[in-house]
Design a protein. Structure first.
Length: 320
């Protein structure tokens, strides 16, 4: 409803404001589907509704005072920016899914992931993205447009298929895994391992120990790996910290990390990439991204949201 009432009329009046017209049609279809689900299922249980509303409110206040209010509100589809409008659509999607049967949600998620994974694997096999000019470094991008984001999208799809009690589970798992392999997203593979561990280990103590061990290994890898990619990530954390200190309360505004980056880019970062690199749209670390863009208020609301989602998911699984 949000996108149908705001995004579509805006596109009709000023289509040049949207870098890629196909994104608008995709979002309209998604929004229409969410509207149908909302009418069909009614109001969801509380779940994470309240913390999500608080986080959206903080993001909205931050967007008003953002370095670039337009990007904060509506994003920029030339880059992986979604803006506040897309956050609202995601909230609506959560409301719809929270009101439906968790087994039905898992089946939809697994089937969607299988289709996306299969398409991504075809991109890799034929070295052809089919929807854009080129595959970045030969990595599949699916319909997401970015191999990193593709990997992140496929992780919950794989976990949903992993928990399915159906003959379709194995084909879905294979297709999703092939898609992740085609994207070559290392972080997504690590997240997948943690998710499977959490599903299969019954002891709460072992679950937390496994998660802590993964985080320690990841940090050691980032700090000690001499590769350019890891050194870039560590330097981005330093840049993020300095940017956070400049606007600690409400941040630079949703999806305004690029503004913060340009203001605090270091010579070390330039030397790592061996060029001036005028833009970096994200911190490559979720909490750092939230801290820079929405400040202490946003991080507090976001952590509350994550804890509420974890609790709601646990309750859903217990009922499944």
């Amino acid at each position: 409803m949000t996108y149908i009432l705001i995004g579509l009329p805006m596109f009709a009046v000023a289509p040049w404001l949207f870098a890629r017209a196909f994104v608008t049609t995709k979002m309209v279809v998604i929004s229409a589907g969410l509207l149908v689900l909302w009418w069909r299922n009614g109001r969801p249980a509380a779940g994470a509704i309240n913390p999500a509303l608080v986080f959206l409110a903080v993001a909205a206040i931050s967007a008003v005072a953002a370095a670039d209010p337009w990007i904060a509100a509506f994003g920029n589809y030339r880059m992986p920016y979604c803006g506040l409008l897309a956050m609202v659509i995601l909230f609506e999607a959560y409301c719809c899914s929270a009101a439906t049967d968790p087994k039905e949600n898992a089946m939809i998620l697994a089937a969607s992931g299988a289709v996306l994974g299969g398409f991504s694997f075809l991109q890799f096999i034929f070295n052809d993205p089919f929807i854009s000019a080129v595959l970045p470094h030969g990595r599949a991008i699916g319909l997401v447009g970015n191999p990193v984001f593709l990997g992140a999208v496929l992780v919950p799809c794989f976990l949903a298929a992993w928990d399915m009690k159906s003959a379709l589970a194995l084909p879905c798992l294979v297709a999703i895994f092939l898609g992740m392999a085609a994207a070559r997203a290392d972080g997504a593979a690590l997240a997948l391992a943690v998710g499977v561990w959490a599903y299969e280990i019954d002891s709460p103590r072992l679950k937390w120990c496994g998660l802590a061990a993964v985080l320690v290994c990841l940090w050691i890898y980032l700090v000690n790996d001499p590769g350019q990619n890891s050194r870039e990530r560590v330097e981005l954390l330093r840049i993020s910290w300095n940017a956070f200190l400049e606007h600690p309360w409400l941040g630079w505004g949703p999806d305004n990390f690029i503004m913060a980056f340009r203001a605090h880019r270091t010579m070390d970062y330039i030397s790592i990439l061996r060029n001036t690199h005028g833009g970096q749209g994200h911190a490559h670390q979720e909490l750092a991204q939230v801290a820079v863009t929405t400040g202490i208020a946003g991080v507090s609301a976001y952590l509350w949201l994550l804890l509420s989602l974890a609790k709601a998911s646990r309750n859903k699984l217990a009922l499944a």
